[in-house]
Design a protein around this ligand. Structure first.
Ligand code: G1P
Ligand code: ZN
Length: 544
C-alpha cells in the first residue's frame, strides 16, 4: 500500500461552527472537500502522528464513505492506531468515553446532530481533543486556517476496509481496530448507576416506559443497556433500528418531533416514563405520565438528587448552566453550598470547568445534560439517571418534579423561537436592545422592575479567555428574566431566540399553565425588543 500525495486547493467556507463543520451531504461529496478538512486536522494536531485516533459517526447517509476516506488518510499521516466503531458507528458521548478510556490523542466525530440525514440533507465532522471534548476554539481556528492554505493531502492506495467485522487489521503501518461501539459506553453507565434497582423497577410489574431512538444512533445503545442489561421488555426501545435517513424524520427529541412518544405518555393509561435522544445521542427529552420535564428543571432535579445514585454518592462539586438555561439550578447549588457557573451557549464552555474539577453536572435548556463522566452532553446517561431516581425514590416523574418545586420554588420557563427571519432585521433588534441597556435598571416594565440589563460576557475562570456579546440579559427584581440571542447554528437567515423565566415560590401556583403564567412577561419581551416591527412576525414559529 503506497502513500499518495494528492494536489488540492482550498474551498471557501470551511469554517467550523460551534458544533464542527456542518454542511449538506452534496457539499461534502465534492472531490477533496472532506479530504481538505481532514488533512487540516492532521497538519495541525501533531500528537496524532504516532498516536491513537478514535473514528465514528451517527450512521447517517455518507457516514461509511467518509470513514473509509478518513481511515486511509489517517494511515498515510502516520497515526499508529485507529479505533473505529463497528459499522462506522459511535454515538457522540461514546466517542468521548472511548477517547478518555483508552487515553487516545483525539477523535473524529461524523454527525450533524439532530439535523435530518439523507442524500439531500446534512452531514458534519468535528475533532474532539484528548480530554474527550469538542476541540477548543484555538484548535478549531488552527484547523480552519490550515484549510485556507492547503495544497496537498496524504492518502493510502488501499482497498475498502470491512467495518462490519470486529477485530484488528492492518492498513499500511497502521493498526485499525474495529470495536464494539456500545460495550465501553454501556460499562461506564453501569459503573455510574444502580442497575439492580432499575432492573427491579422494570420487573416490578407496575412500571411502563418507552425509549424513542428516533431511528438514530442510540438504538443499539438503548437495546443493549435497557433491554439486555436492565431487563426491560423487548420493544421498550422504539424506532430502534438506526437508518441512514433516520426514517425520514427529524431526530430531535422535543415535543414537536417526538410526537409519537409524547402521545404514548398521555391519558390515564399513559406510560410512566418516556424518553428520547437525538441523531448522535447527546440530547435527551424526559417525560412522565402527562408530564414534560423542561431541560432546565431536569438539571436542577438531577443536581438535587445526585447523591442518591452510586456514581455521584459523594455529592457534586459544582454545577454549570448555559446562560439562557433557567436559574433553577442556582437554587440547588445555593442549597448544596457549591458553585454555580453561568456560561455562554455551547457545550465547549463546560470543558475547562469539568477538567479542573470545579463542576460535576452541567446542562443547557436545549435538551443537553451531562457530567464529568465524559466531555459531551449525554442523552442515555440522563435517561438512566432519571430511571435510577425513579427506582430509588419509588415516586413518579411528576411527583419528583413537583416535590422539587415545593422545596426550591418553581422557575416557570419557556423559549420562543422566531426562525428564518431577515438577518438585518434581527441584528437591528439586538443593536436596538444594546442601546437601551444602560437606561433600563430601575425602570418599570409592565408589572416588573428591572434590576440589571447587560450583553452577557464571560471570562473563563480557568484559562481567562473572554467571550463577549453572548446575548442580552434583562433581570427583574422578582427573579424573572428575559434573554435574547441569535442562534449560532441556523442556516437560513437568522433565528431569534427569546428565553423567558419567572420565579414562583408559592406551591399553590405551581400548577398553572406555563404559557398563561408567562403571558405578561411575553408582552414585555415583545414590546421592549419591537419584535413585530423588526422581524415582521407577530408570533414565534416554535414555542418550547
Ligand atoms: C443550539 C442550542 C445550544 C446548543 C447548540 C448545539 O444552538 O441552543 O444550546 O449548544 O444548539 O447543540 P443555537 O442555535 O441556539 O446557537
Ligand atoms: Zn446531538
Amino acid at each position: 500500500m503506497e502513500t499518495q500525495i494528492i494536489t488540492t486547493t482550498p474551498f471557501d467556507g470551511q469554517k467550523p461552527g460551534t458544533s464542527g463543520l456542518r454542511k449538506k451531504v452534496k457539499v461534502f461529496q465534492q472531490p477533496h472537500y472532506l479530504e481538505n478538512f481532514v488533512q487540516a486536522i492532521f497538519d495541525t494536531q501533531a500528537a496524532l502522528k504516532g498516536g491513537i485516533l478514535v473514528v465514528g459517526g451517527d450512521g447517517r447517509y455518507f457516514n461509511r464513505e467518509a470513514i473509509q476516506i478518513i481511515l486511509r488518510m489517517a494511515a498515510a499521516n502516520g497515526v499508529r492506531k485507529i479505533l473505529v466503531g463497528r459499522g462506522g458507528i459511535f454515538s457522540t458521548p461514546a466517542v468521548s468515553c472511548v477517547i478518555r478510556k483508552y487515553k487516545t490523542q483525539g477523535g473524529i466525530v461524523l454527525s450533524a446532530s439532530h439535523n435530518p440525514g439523507g442524500p439531500d440533507e446534512d452531514f458534519g465532522i468535528k475533532f474532539n481533543a484528548a480530554n474527550g471534548g469538542p476541540a477548543p476554539e484555538s484548535v478549531t481556528d488552527a484547523i480552519y486556517a490550515r484549510t485556507c492554505t492547503i495544497d496537498r493531502y496524504l492518502t493510502l492506495d488501499a482497498p475498502v476496509i470491512d467495518l462490519d467485522k470486529l477485530g484488528t487489521l492492518q492498513l499500511g503501518e497502521t493498526a485499525v481496530e474495529v470495536m464494539d461501539p456500545v460495550k465501553d459506553y454501556a460499562d461506564l453507565m453501569e459503573s455510574l448507576f444502580d442497575f439492580n434497582a432499575i432492573h427491579q423497577l422494570f420487573n416490578s410489574g407496575h412500571f411502563s416506559m418507552r425509549f424513542d431512538a428516533m431511528h438514530a444512533v442510540t438504538g443499539p445503545y438503548a437495546v443493549e443497556i435497557l433491554e439486555n442489561r436492565l431487563g426491560a421488555m423487548p420493544g421498550t426501545v422504539m424506532n430502534g433500528e438506526a437508518k441512514e435517513d433516520f426514517g425520514g424524520g427529524h431526530p430531535d427529541p422535543n415535543l414537536a418531533h417526538a410526537k409519537e412518544l409524547v402521545a404514548l405518555t398521555q391519558g390515564v393509561n399513559g406510560l410512566d416514563f418516556g424518553a428520547a435522544s437525538d441523531g448522535d445521542g447527546d440530547r435527551n427529552m424526559i417525560l412522565g405520565k402527562n408530564f414534560f420535564v423542561t431541560p432546565s428543571d431536569s438539571l436542577a432535579v438531577l443536581a438535587a438528587n445526585a447523591h442518591q445514585t452510586p456514581g455521584y454518592a459523594s455529592g457534586i462539586r459544582g454545577i454549570a448552566r448555559s446562560m439562557p438555561t433557567s436559574q433553577a439550578a442556582n437554587r440547588v447549588a445555593d442549597f448544596l453550598g457549591v458553585e454555580c457557573f453561568e456560561t455562554p451557549t455551547g457545550w465547549k464552555f463546560f470543558g475547562n470547568l469539568l477538567d479542573a474539577g470545579r463542576i460535576t453536572l452541567c446542562g443547557e435548556e436545549s435538551f443537553g445534560t451531562g457530567s464529568d463522566h465524559v466531555r459531551e452532553k449525554d442523552g442515555l446517561w440522563a435517561v438512566l439517571f432519571w430511571l435510577n431516581l425513579l427506582a430509588v425514590r419509588q415516586q413518579s416523574v411528576a411527583e419528583i418534579v413537583t416535590d422539587h418545586w415545593r422545596r426550591f420554588g418553581r422557575n416557570f420557563y419557556t423559549r420562543h423561537d422566531y426562525e428564518g427571519v431577515d438577518l438585518a432585521g434581527a441584528e437591528g433588534l439586538m443593536d436596538h436592545l444594546r442601546i437601551l441597556l444602560s437606561e433600563l435598571p430601575g425602570k418599570t416594565l409592565g408589572d416588573q422592575i428591572v434590576s440589571y440589563a447587560d450583553d452577557f460576557a464571560y471570562t473563563d475562570p480557568i484559562d481567562g479567555s473572554r467571550s463577549e456579546r453572548q446575548g442580552i440579559r434583562i433581570g427583574f427584581e422578582s427573579g424573572a428574566r428575559i434573554v435574547y440571542r441569535l442562534s449560532g447554528t441556523g442556516t437560513a437567515g437568522a433565528t431569534l431566540r427569546v428565553y423567558l423565566e419567572y420565579f414562583e415560590p408559592d406551591p399553590a401556583r405551581h400548577q398553572q399553565d406555563t404559557q398563561a403564567a408567562m403571558q405578561p412577561l411575553v408582552l414585555i419581551a415583545r414590546e421592549l425588543a419591537q419584535i413585530e416591527t423588526r422581524t415582521q412576525r407577530s408570533e414565534p414559529d416554535v414555542i418550547t
